[in-house]
Design a protein around this ligand. Structure first.
Ligand code: HJL
Ligand code: ZN
Length: 213
């Protein structure tokens, strides 16, 4: 895996001698790796995109089910930071009609004592967003969509958020085809799909919806 794509890493340094085991407890997974015995070795271990998406799904499960939106979870992650998860959010976590990504940004802003659009100045250069559902581009309530919030954070050549990892595309239920992904990509933000959890993510996202209709 190219270094820049390692989501989270630990560097273990060894010198000649008997085999050394190093481990790291991270998000309930213990990574264990035998470190070579000769010379000096740098070993990078990382949490996978799937583990971050699973943590985002754990956030989504905290969201109170509602028939008029989706229950989504999101994380801001800086792979080089310790700890790498900078902030978490889920739909309706904060007062008002709040989205998961929006909650992440607002909580981060509150921590820095700045406005949401200013958090780009404070985010490490490798910050990425994990969200169980593609950021929205239109909201029935008329609130500012999360894709626009991301672009606003990135304005002015700040480091901001250059990559967004998504678990599923938004189902065409409330606003038809969601153009969130396209809008982000047009602005030069990479949007990457983390496959494998679609069914679970959609089950959680639609927990408050009438089934079978
Ligand atoms: C994403 C969320 C969330 C949605 N999408 N990415 N994160 N709830 O936290 C998208 C859906 C909107 C509806 C209703 N949901 O939320 O299209 O009431 O929730 O403004 O359009 O709009 P409001
Ligand atoms: Zn949104």
């Amino acid at each position: 895996m190219p270094r820049q794509d390692v989501p989270q890493s630990v560097i273990a340094l060894t010198i000649s001698g008997p085999p050394v085991w190093c481990w790291q407890q991270h998000m309930r997974t213990v990574h264990c790796q035998q470190v070579a015995t000769t010379q000096f070795h740098l070993v990078a271990m990382s949490a996978s995109h799937e583990q971050y998406m699973r943590q985002a799904l754990t956030e989504a499960k905290k969201s109170p089910p509602k028939p008029t939106n989706f229950c989504v979870g999101a994380l801001l992650v800086s792979p080089s930071s310790d700890p790498p998860v900078l902030e978490t959010g889920y739909t309706l976590e904060l007062p008002g009609n709040t989205h998961a990504e929006q909650c992440c940004f607002t909580k981060m802003a509150n921590r820095f004592g700045v406005s949401e659009e200013e958090i780009g100045h404070h985010l490490p250069g490798d910050t990425v967003l994990y969200t169980t559902m593609e950021p929205c581009n239109l909201r029935l309530s008329g609130a500012l969509p999360c894709a626009d919030r991301i672009l606003r954070i990135n304005e002015g050549g700040k480091s901001g958020i250059r990559k967004v990892y998504i678990g599923v595309k938004e189902p065409e239920k409330f606003v038809g085809e969601n153009e969130g992904r396209a809008k982000l990509e047009q602005a030069g933000i990479e949007v990457l799909h983390v496959p494998g959890m679609e069914e679970e993510i959609l089950n959680v996202a639609t927990a408050g919806h009438e089934k079978g209709g």
